[in-house]
Write a protein that binds this ligand. Structure first.
Ligand code: GDP
Length: 315
C-alpha cells in the first residue's frame, strides 16, 4: 500500500503516473482541503477536484485546473447580474460542486462525498480529504488598496486567483487546523503504508495544511525512513504556481535544498530534478538521501517513470 500526501496540480500529475506504475487500488491519496472555499453558494474543493479529474483522465492539462473540453457559459451568464466571477467555474465542473454541496447540506461528511464523486468518475484509487472539518489557509500580505506598508488578510483564492499572487506575503496561517481531526482512514493509511509519498506540491499552502492536522506530522516523523518527497522546486523555481512567492518571505530557500530542510524531520529521501544534481550534497547535508531523476512530468509516461524511481528509492 502506498499513501500520498497531495496538493493540486503537481500532485495530480504525479498520481496519474503512480497509478500506471502500481495497481490504482493500492494507492490512497490524502488531499489538502485548506484551499476550499464557497462560490455562488457552492462548496469548491480545488485540490480534490484537480486530483479527481487527473485520475479520471478528464482534466484540462493546458489550463492546469478544471475539466477538459470545458465551457464557461453559466459563469459568464452570472456577469449579467453583476455577480463576482473572478473564480472561473466551468459548466462541467459546476456539476461536481453542485453535487458536493447538496450532499454536504444533507449532512454527509466531505470524506463520504469525496468517495461518491471518485466513484462517479470510475476512480479506483482511494481519495481522502485530510479532514472533514473546516481548515482555511489565510494569507497576510500587502494591502493593494492600503497605504504603503499596510497589510491585510486574504482567503487563499482571493490572493491566488483574484490578486494573481501579487501582494507580497508576510505570513500564512491555517484557520481551524488546531481543532481539525483527521478524516476517517487518514491516520490508518499513514500507519500502514509501505511507502508514504509527499507529492510535488506547494510546501507552504498544500503540504503545510496537511501537516497541521493533528497526528499527521508525528506519524511522518516516526516513519521517516518510509517517507519520500519529490521536490516541486526545479532549478530554483516552481514549475507552476506561486510556491516561490510564499517560500521566500517565510524564510525557506526557493530550491530543492530549501525543500529538503523544510521536510528534514519528516522525510528520509528527497527526489530532485536532474538540473539540480549539483545540489545533491547539500540535500544530504540536510539529512535526507538524495535521488536525482527527471521530475518534469510532461506526460503520464514520464510521471509513471518518476513514480517507479520514487518508490524504488525507499523500497
Ligand atoms: P500551487 O502552488 O497552489 O499551485 O500548489 P500545488 O500544490 O497545486 O502544486 C503546485 C506545485 O507542483 C508547484 O510548486 C509546482 O512547482 C509543482 N509541479 C507542478 N508540475 C510539476 C512537475 O512536472 N514536476 C515537479 N517536480 N513539480 C511540479
Amino acid at each position: 500500500m502506498i499513501t500520498a500526501l497531495a496538493g493540486g496540480v503537481g500532485a495530480a500529475k504525479f498520481l496519474a503516473g503512480l497509478v500506471r506504475a502500481v495497481p490504482p487500488e493500492s494507492v490512497t491519496a490524502i488531499v489538502n482541503v485548506a484551499d476550499d472555499d464557497t462560490f455562488h453558494g457552492l462548496h469548491v474543493s480545488p485540490d480534490l477536484d484537480s486530483v479527481t479529474y487527473a485520475l479520471a483522465g478528464v482534466n484540462n492539462a493546458a489550463l492546469g485546473w478544471g475539466r477538459a473540453d470545458e465551457s464557461f457559459r453559466t459563469i459568464d451568464e452570472l456577469d449579467r447580474f453583476g455577480s463576482d466571477t473572478w473564480f472561473r467555474l466551468g459548466d462541467l465542473d459546476l456539476a461536481t460542486h453542485l453535487y458536493r454541496t447538496e450532499q454536504l447540506r444533507a449532512g454527509r461528511p466531505l470524506s463520504a462525498v469525496t468517495v461518491a464523486i471518485a466513484e462517479g468518475f470510475g476512480i479506483r484509487t482511494r481519495l481522502l480529504p485530510v479532514t472533514d472539518d473546516r481548515v482555511a489557509t489565510r494569507i497576510t500580505a500587502a494591502d493593494p488598496a492600503g497605504p504603503a506598508g499596510a497589510t491585510r488578510e486574504f482567503a487563499m483564492q482571493e490572493w491566488f486567483v483574484r490578486e494573481r499572487c501579487e501582494p507580497a506575503v508576510v505570513a500564512v496561517h491555517f484557520d481551524g487546523a488546531d481543532a481539525a481531526r483527521p478524516a476517517p482512514g487518514v491516520l490508518e493509511a499513514l500507519h500502514t503504508a509501505e511507502t508514504i509519498v509527499l507529492c510535488p506540491s506547494n510546501p507552504v499552502i498544500s503540504i503545510g495544511p496537511l501537516l497541521a492536522v493533528r497526528g499527521i506530522r508525528d506519524i511522518l516523523a516516526a516513519r521517516r525512513d518510509h517517507v519520500v518527497a519529490i521536490s516541486p522546486i526545479v532549478g530554483g523555481a516552481p514549475v507552476k504556481g506561486p510556491a516561490d512567492r510564499l517560500m521566500g518571505p517565510l524564510g525557506i530557500e526557493v530550491s530543492c535544498v530549501g525543500v529538503a530542510r523544510e521536510y528534514a524531520a519528516l522525510c528520509g529521501t528527497l527526489v530532485v530534478d536532474a538540473v539540480d544534481r549539483h545540489r545533491a550534497g547539500e540535500v544530504e547535508s540536510a539529512g535526507l538521501r538524495c535521488i536525482v531523476a527527471d521530475t518534469m512530468m510532461h506526460s503520464p509516461e514520464i510521471a509513471a517513470a518518476l513514480a517507479r524511481t520514487t518508490l524504488a528509492a525507499v523500497a
